[in-house]
Design a protein around this ligand. Sequence first.
Ligand SMILES: NC(=O)c1ccc[n+]([C@@H]2O[C@H](COP(=O)([O-])OP(=O)(O)OC[C@H]3O[C@@H](n4cnc5c(N)ncnc54)[C@H](O)[C@@H]3O)[C@@H](O)[C@H]2O)c1
Length: 312
Amino acid sequence: MRKISIIGAGFIGATTAFAIQQKGLVRELVITDINQEKALGEVLDLTHGSSLSSPCYVTLGTIEDTKDSDIIIITAGVGQKPGETRLDLIDKNYKIFKSFVPDLARLSPNAILLVVTNPVDVLSYITYKLSGFPKNRVIGSGTVLDTTRLRSLLGKYFGIDGRSVQGFVLGEHGDSEFVTWSSLTIGNIKVQDFSNQFNIEWDTETEKVIAEDVKNAAYEVIKRKGATAFSVAAVLSRIVEALTKDEKTILTVSTLLENYKGVSDVYLSVPTIVGKNGVEKVLDIELSEKEKEKFIASANLMKEYIEKVNNE
Ligand SMILES: NC(=O)c1ccc[n+]([C@@H]2O[C@H](COP(=O)([O-])OP(=O)(O)OC[C@H]3O[C@@H](n4cnc5c(N)ncnc54)[C@H](O)[C@@H]3O)[C@@H](O)[C@H]2O)c1
C-alpha cells in the first residue's frame, strides 16, 4: 500500500499522522481539513521531522487530492465536550460525512475506509451506505481503543505487561460497551487464578471498577486536556499496520454484522481478522448469557440511532 489520506487534521488526525510517519507505514500521506491553515501547520511540522523516519512524503490536500488512496482515515467532525456522550455528536457529524464520503468513494474506488469520528459505529454504518463499498472495506476503529485501555489498565493493576492479557471490550465504542470477563485470561490463566497466584485482590467488584475505568477513560482525559489523542493515534496506527502489512491480526474493529448472535445490519465491534482486504473474517466468540444481553442491547441502541438518522 502506497498512499494514505487523513480527513481531519485535529487532535486525532495530526497525532495519527505522526504515529504512521514514525512507524514508517507508508510513502505518501495526504492531510486534508476544511481548516486548511491548521492542516498546513501540521503538514509543515511533520515534514520538518521527516528526515529522521523512513521516507514519508506528507502533503496538504483537498478532498480531490485523496484520489487513488489505498487507505482513508476519517477523523473529521466534532468531538465530545465535557459531559457529552459520543451519541450526542451524531447530527453534526452525519451532515459532515454526507458532504465528503461520496466524493472519497468516487475518487478512491478501491480504498479501505477507516472511520474514527464518533459515534464511530453509527458513522461506520453510514459510511458503508454512502460509499457503496463492500462491507470488508469500511471499518470502524470500534473498541480497539477500549480493548487497548483494558489491557493497559489490567497490566497496571497486576504489574505485568498489558500485552499478556487476552480479552476484549465488545459492542459499541461508547457507554453500552462491555468486557468479555467470562473468557478473559492473562497468560492463558483465568484472571481469578492469576490474581490468587500473586495474592492480589480480585472479585466482581474489581471487575466492575476496571470496566468502568475503561468506559470512562475518554471522559477523564477530555475533562482535563480537551481531547484524547495519543492512545487513539497508537490504536489507529496499529490498525493501519495490520492493513498495510497484511497481518491477519485479530482486532476488535467495528464491522457490519450479519446473523451474529441474532444481530444483523448493524456495525459493532467483535473479534475480527484484519489484513490487506480490510475485514477478512468475523470471529464467533463464546459469551455468557449476561454478555450476550449486553451485546444485543448495544446493537439495539445503534439501530435506534441509525433509524433516527435515516428519518432526517
Ligand atoms: N473512534 C475513536 O476511538 C475516537 C477516539 C477519539 C476521538 N474520536 C472522534 O474523532 C473525531 C475527531 O476528534 P478530534 O479530537 O481530532 O477533533 P478536532 O476538533 O481536534 O478535529 C476535527 C477536525 O475536523 C475538521 N473538520 C470538520 N469538518 C470537516 C470537513 N467537512 N472536512 C474536513 N475536515 C473537517 C475540523 O476543522 C478539525 O480540524 C471526533 O468525532 C471524536 O469524537 C474517535
